[in-house]
Design a protein around this ligand. Structure first.
Ligand code: SF4
Ligand code: SF4
Length: 441
């Protein structure tokens, strides 16, 4: 397929990045890169969704990758998979898995799915803070996204999602879910009862937000729904009040600098010095935001909070507030990166130690793959904002009968994405934020 044709097909199918914030894939596929970096790192502990795609749909995913490589005029693709996953998948480092794609074994460290880190690990190139991978000749795409590209080329839009159900559950599993299914119903159908002393997280334990399952719905970007006790280190920081976080940071930091020494992005030269930011009051940041623009480089990975700090301080949450103030002032970092730290290799955080330190190692188990059929939902709520950019605009009315794959909300501008019905049924409610469907099975 030619580049423009592929972009049109991918845009029509509503393909967005399945592994992150949901950047529209049609915008990402562009000329000017030499390498497609396929992100199958499965960054966080306890998630198995990329693994399930690779285990059962490798050929389809690679067809999507080859189509992107060919259309964008790239020379090659690298498939980034953590070392411990290679034997599980029957693959090896350097293996040529399709015409242009070979396997690249990634170190078993956290966070390896961060595209800045991934591009450095696979290509040895540092993307300048705030720049796109394209500026260093790379396009980064998640394995599930490329699977969706291949399906789009076959005429199927994105309306199903592969989701890991994990954490403190009777059985870890990967299931196929219609986009828009209520999370509480999904858990119930998977036999999961959430204990009173536990929380539900959208994604993995380190970066995923705590959600209310009764008011949350599966989105195109949902990788996993995971359950954890409230009192493990991965969760206590998420639940702490911002006021307490700030007082704690200002009063208890001993300036040991471990948070800065271990910051994964700082180690490749990004302008992050969390040990300094925790000493700044938010009043100071409000007054002189231009002194804190480096904060826009923070990925929110949480290594500073979950691994480095022995005082239970959260530089990550301090940085998150600084980023909010910068956004309000329309400020961002505009300089380059410093040289990569020569000690980087010795300061990376091994995945198994990370899982142990954040209290989730006890929940690790081999997943059961339940992928033969798509789960049935009693109601579907399709949010119009499941991607980066403008929300989609509903194009159906109450009472309309819809079929799987039918557009129910149209992309609103270039940075937006179509939303499709995920079931056969009747539309029962339409608003700017959602289209609700009563399925008819
Ligand atoms: S969350 Fe902490 S460790 Fe991660 S990038 Fe931000 S400052 Fe660095
Ligand atoms: S690791 Fe904790 S105590 Fe040490 S400098 Fe960072 S915030 Fe302060």
């Amino acid at each position: 397929m030619q580049l423009n044709e592929l972009k049109q097909v991918v845009a029509a199918a509503g393909v967005v990045g399945a592994g992150g914030a949901g950047f529209p894939t049609a915008v990402k596929i562009a000329a000017g890169a030499d390498t497609l970096v396929i992100n199958a790192a499965e960054c966080e502990p306890l998630l198995h969704t990329d693994y399930a795609i690779m285990k059962t749909q490798l050929a389809t995913m690679l067809a999507g990758a080859e189509a992107v490589i060919e259309a964008a005029g790239m020379q090659r693709g690298v498939l980034g998979i953590k070392k411990h996953n290679l034997p599980r998948l029957g693959l090896y480092d350097g293996q040529q898995v399709s015409a242009h794609v070979r396997v690249h074994a990634l170190p078993d460290v956290y966070p390896m799915g961060d595209e800045i880190i991934l591009v450095y690990e696979t290509l040895g190139r540092v993307i300048a803070p705030g720049a796109l991978p394209l500026t260093v000749g790379a396009i980064v795409s998640n394995a599930e996204t490329l699977y969706n590209v291949a399906r789009a080329m076959e005429g199927t839009a994105v309306y199903e999602k592969w989701v890991t159900i994990g954490g403190k559950v009777p059985q870890t599993m990967v299931v196929k879910v219609p986009v828009g299914m209520r999370v509480s119903e999904l858990l119930e159908k998977c036999g999961v009862v959430v204990p009173a002393d536990c929380v539900v997280v959208d994604g993995g334990p380190a970066m995923g937000p705590v959600i209310d399952p009764s008011t949350s719905f599966v989105k195109k970007t949902t990788k996993g729904i995971t359950i954890y006790p409230r009192d493990i280190p991965a969760i206590t920081g998420k639940l702490a009040q911002t006021r307490v976080i700030n007082i704690h940071a200002l009063s208890n930091c001993c300036q040991c600098t471990r948070c800065t020494d271990l910051c994964p992005r700082g180690l490749i030269g990004y302008p992050l010095q969390p040990h300094k930011v925790v000493r700044a009051s938010m009043d100071m940041v409000e007054e002189m935001p231009h002194l804190f623009t480096g904060a826009t480089s923070c990925s929110g990975c949480g290594v500073c909070e979950l691994v480095a700090c022995c005082q239970e301080i959260s530089p990550r949450r301090v940085y998150a507030q600084v980023k909010g103030i910068l956004a309000k002032n329309k400020l961002r970092y505009s300089g380059g990166a410093a040289p990569v730290d020569p000690d980087r290799d010795y300061r990376m955080v091994p995945s198994d130690r990370f899982a142990r330190m954040i209290g989730v190692e006890q929940f690790e188990s081999e997943p059961v793959l339940k992928l033969n059929s798509v789960m049935k939902a009693s109601e579907i709520t399709l949010l119009t904002r499941q991607h980066v950019g403008a929300p989609a605009v509903p194009c159906v009315q109450v009472g309309d009968v819809v079929e799987p794959g039918m557009v129910v909300a149209q992309a609103n501008g270039m940075i937006s994405a179509n939303i499709h019905a995920s079931v056969h049924g009747r539309v029962t409610a339409v608003s700017d934020s959602a289209v609700v469907i009563a399925p008819q099975y």
